[in-house]
Write a protein that binds this ligand. Structure first.
Ligand code: ADP
Length: 566
């Protein structure tokens, strides 16, 4: 290469000491890289003498630069990655915290079409709430007189009695927006969300005032605080506290009226019931006979009824039905009518609908003769004993048409109107019920012998034990005297009642109670057996007729039994 330099063939030299090489550019345009020793003075000198321009290039700066860029890029990537991750988790957290705030669900219903005339059978409640409507319509007349309208009204009653309907009717009558929420919707997985939902609901309600806020099943949040086992439920209690605070925060007559529904007023926190909160309680009970008739006619308005249908008759036959049950009855009847392709709902369809609701769907008729005969004797036992016992209900029908759920047949009685209307039961009628309930077992004993009785009577026996226990421990209908030994009905409310659930009588009294219950049941069975034993042939006749006809109605039954229907 040195020779080439001195020969003048090289045009330029670039020395790169860091790489220990020389870039050679020849005069004919070629290029080449030639390695050199680090301190190669020879090249320098030769180039100098030949007059070839030589530059020394220091690339350490470039290298350092490249390293720096690489490092910066790495740091940037790490920082970006981290911030991405942070953002992601912040979004998740935001979404969690935003549960309470984003409330697309609470939307007021503005133009409700429900009116008071659509609510029937609960006249007292309706009258009480009339003044709320008047207030919402013309608040001035109340304010002028210095009257404060209740802020909270608690509607207490069994499910399906029309509490929601009533609240809607108030909003509809007054023409104000209606906010509705189930208390269980407040309670969430995250503590604090319920409270923020309550705030949100009230904020919206105040914006829209005057309005009605309806909280269904308030016992979901309004239960007594501190009544749970092992401490309370923080979230629920916070929600309740927030609710109480919001109610206190209302100015008087602010136009927001809170209605809440529950069927367990006994478990509610007393703080909820303080004046200024839910200080007004309205009981919405199951409708009585006249109420049922009114409810039936409300629901019959939109449905074509056959001329032969007497709604008061059906009101008598549906004791214990709530408004919702009655609405359902007519709806089922309408479905059956459509299926029958008849123009109007008739008695036959309502009858079938009633049985569907009370007894379940019909199942295939029994084929097995022996089994059918046994069931027939059992049912005839109930019916005949009832027909022969004073104070017992009148037989409506006995049938062998089975229902789903293992019911082989059943006997139905006419409800006693007097009893239903007054709600009072006499000792004699309760005793008669025991006898009738055991009529099935008695018939099996009389016909097949006590070794052949079946477990088919287990439902009857359960009913008998329960009724007899109530007669002894609650109604004072036994030799133990007029003492109430147990309090009625309410289920244990966790925590509070569990501690107090001990019986309030001595052990010996417990034994005496059991003895009395057994006596009542035994006597009833003996009475039923005695009644049937002397009428074996009547029973056989009735059973043959029942098997042949499958269903016996009042008149036919009485005729066959040789009794005049009175
Ligand atoms: P609750 O809130 O007491 O559980 P609802 O108000 O939701 O009962 O009642 C359910 C349905 O039953 C109503 O939509 C209505 O069709 C019917 N219903 C209940 N009670 C009555 C009543 N008193 N009058 C007319 N319809 C009723």
């Amino acid at each position: 290469m040195l020779r080439q330099i001195s020969d003048g063939k090289v045009k330029e030299l670039v020395l790169v000491p860091a790489r220990r090489e020389v870039l050679v550019r020849y005069t004919d345009g070629r290029k080449a890289t030639v390695p050199i020793l680090i301190n190669d003075q020879q090249v320098l000198r030769t180039a100098e003498s030949a007059g070839v321009p030589l530059t020394v290039k220091d690339i350490r700066g470039d290298q350092a630069m490249a390293g720096l860029v690489g490092n910066v890029a790495l740091i940037l990537i790490v920082v970006l990655g981290l911030s991405f991750l942070l953002r992601r988790s912040a979004q998740v957290a935001n979404r969690a915290m935003g549960f309470g705030r984003s409330q697309p669900r609470v939307k007021p219903q503005d133009d409700l079409t429900v009116r008071f005339e659509d609510v029937a059978g609960i006249t007292e409640a309706k009258d009480e709430l009339q003044e709320v409507v008047t207030f919402l319509r013309e608040p001035e007349s109340f304010i002028r007189l210095g009257a404060k309208i209740p802020r909270g009204v608690l509607l207490v009653g069994p499910p399906g009695t029309g509490k929601t309907l009533l609240a809607k009717a108030i909003a509809g009558e007054a023409g104000v927006p209606f906010f509705s929420m189930a208390a269980s919707e407040f309670v969430e997985l995250f503590v604090g969300v319920g409270a923020s939902r309550v705030r949100d609901l009230f904020r919206q309600a105040k914006d829209k005032s005057p309005c009605i806020v309806f909280i269904d099943e308030i016992d979901a949040v309004g239960r007594q605080r501190g009544a749970g086992i092992g401490g309370g439920n923080d979230e629920r209690e916070q929600t309740l506290n927030q609710l109480l605070t919001e109610m206190d925060g209302f100015a008087d007559n602010s136009g927001v009226i809170l209605l809440a529904a529950t069927n367990r007023a006994d478990v509610l926190d007393t703080a909820l019931m303080r004046p200024g909160r839910f200080d007004r309680r309205i009981y919405v009970d199951l409708p009585d006979r006249r109420g049922r008739e009114a409810i039936l006619s409300v629901h019959a308005r939109s449905r074509p009824l056959d001329d032969g249908v007497d709604l008061s008759d059906w009101a008598i036959r549906t004791p214990g039905f709530s408004g919702a049950d009655l609405a359902n009855l007519l709806n089922e009847a309408a479905i059956l009518t459509a299926r029958d392709q008849v123009a109007a709902i008739g008695n036959a369809q309502i009858e079938r609908a009633l049985e569907r609701i009370t007894m379940g769907l019909t199942a295939a008729p029994l084929q097995d003769n022996a089994k059918k005969r046994l069931i027939a004797y059992h049912e005839i036992g109930h019916a005949l004993v009832a027909a022969l016992t004073p104070h017992a209900g009148k037989v409506d029908k006995v049938t062998l048409l089975p229902r789903s759920g293992g019911v082989g047949g059943f006997t139905r009685f006419w409800p006693d109107e007097e009893e239903i209307d007054s709600g009072l039961l006499t000792r004699a009628s309760l005793k008669a019920r025991l006898v009738v309930a055991l009529g099935g077992r008695a018939a099996e004993m009389v016909v097949f012998g006590s070794g052949e009785v079946t477990q088919g009577a287990s439902g009857d026996l359960q009913m008998v034990s329960q009724l007899a226990r109530e007669m002894v421990t609650r109604f004072g209908f036994s030799e133990l005297g007029p003492v109430a030994l147990e309090s009625g009905g309410n289920e244990v409310f966790l925590g509070r009642d569990l501690m107090n659930a001990r019986p309030s009588y001595a052990e010996s009294t417990g034994k005496a109670i059991d003895g009395q219950i057994r006596d009542l049941a035994k006597h009833a069975l003996q009475q039923a057996v005695a009644l049937l034993e002397s009428r074996r042939s009547t029973m056989d006749q009735l059973v043959e007729a029942l098997i042949a006809e499958e269903t016996l109605h009042t008149e036919r039954f009485m005729e066959l039994a040789g009794l005049t229907s009175a």
